[in-house]
Design a binder for this molecule. Structure first.
Ligand code: C2E
Ligand code: MG
Ligand code: MG
Ligand code: MG
Length: 296
């Protein structure tokens, strides 16, 4: 037993691992402080539709993305604190902040004369938290106009810890409230299209990894085409994320993808910039002919 313990200790005090643990812990503490000091903020990235009713095109909504803003300098992206988003103690406070802030902005856009749906990313931890609907209902009560405009959540099916049976019930409960539910990062995890069919979700987001080299890699192009075709047959919408060039957008449009999101349309922006962006955005001329081509 002593020998075993020695081994464990050897592992635990591996310097590189110890440093990594300290880094994770320090970031967790930083986010906890940021919550207390209002040093979190949201930016918003547009989602546009290329293939709406009668081939119409326009702005479908804004996705809220979290940033840490505690240095007075640059905004820090979630890649640096992904582990904290699903932290047992912090996932819910973070989620409540994002809910409140996103709906507050949506209501302010409406006051500015722009009716634009908002969506947020929900951690699995918060989605499956017993008090999740307390948080949802509280915020819907505070910002009652938002449900008329449109409110959506994006969930990711993460790992073996995901309780699929419970997630299904929670998603149905969301839909009963009129909340749109989408599955984020589709294609990277284990969710299959048949799984999608069983869940009461409105759309899937085709992961950036398929979009990135869709023009150069025939396999990724084949996967994207297959996902879009099958999703359409199941009456689910497909949003492609990470569309960085107009050519990628054109190809996805010709494959029948419903909506696009990515740097080629817009980078994430402050909430204050949203009404002016929505008012001034116009779809690229190429989309119209691509959609018509596919439909004829
Ligand atoms: P996601 O929900 O899949 O968001 C897409 C990410 O891709 C965003 O990164 C966005 O800025 C980035 N992106 C958008 N268009 C492009 C593009 O054309 N090219 C490239 N290279 N990247 C693009 P971000 O904001 O750093 O967020 C990363 C992830 O962090 C999100 O992935 C989401 O899983 C998570 N996240 C962000 N905000 C929240 C939040 O409020 N709550 C929770 N629980 N998770 C969040
Ligand atoms: Mg997302
Ligand atoms: Mg995604
Ligand atoms: Mg992602």
């Amino acid at each position: 037993a002593a020998k075993e313990e020695g081994k464990d200790r050897g592992l635990l005090y591996e310097p590189a691992m110890e440093m990594e643990l300290q880094r994770l812990q320090a970031m967790r503490e930083r986010i906890a402080q940021a919550l207390l000091r209002s040093h979190l903020q949201l930016v918003f990235q547009p989602i546009v539709y290329i293939d709406g009713l009668a081939g119409s095109q326009g702005v479908a909504g804004m996705e809220a993305l979290l940033r840490l803003n505690d240095s007075g300098k640059e905004l820090i992206e979630p890649a640096n604190f992904m582990h904290v988003l699903d932290d047992p103690q912090l996932a819910r406070p973070i989620g409540r902040y994002v809910l409140d802030e996103a709906l507050r902005y949506c209501q302010s856009w409406l006051r500015a004369g722009v009716s634009i749906p908002v969506s947020i990313n929900i951690s699995t931890r918060h989605l499956l938290h017993p008090a999740f609907f307390n948080d949802i209902d509280a915020v819907l009560e505070t910002y009652p106009d938002v449900m008329d405009v449109g409110f959506g959540i994006e969930v990711t099916e993460t790992g073996p810890s995901m309780d699929h049976a419970r997630a299904k019930i929670v998603i149905e409960e969301c839909r009963r409230r009129g909340i749109r539910v989408g599955l984020d990062d589709f294609g990277t995890g284990s969710a299959s299209l048949s799984h999608i069919q069983q869940l009461d979700i409105e759309h899937i987001k085709l992961d950036q990894s398929f979009v990135r080299d869709i023009l150069d890699d025939e396999r990724n192009m084949a996967i994207a085409a297959g996902v879009i075709t099958t999703a359409r047959m199941l009456a689910k919408m497909v949003i492609a994320e990470g569309v960085e060039t107009a050519e990628q957008g054109d190809l996805l449009a010709s494959l029948g993808c419903h909506q696009l999101q990515g740097f080629s349309i817009s980078r994430p922006m402050p909430g204050e910039a949203v009404p002016a962006w929505v008012a001034s955005w116009a779809p690229p001329a190429s989309w119209g002919s691509l959609v018509n081509e596919r439909q004829s």
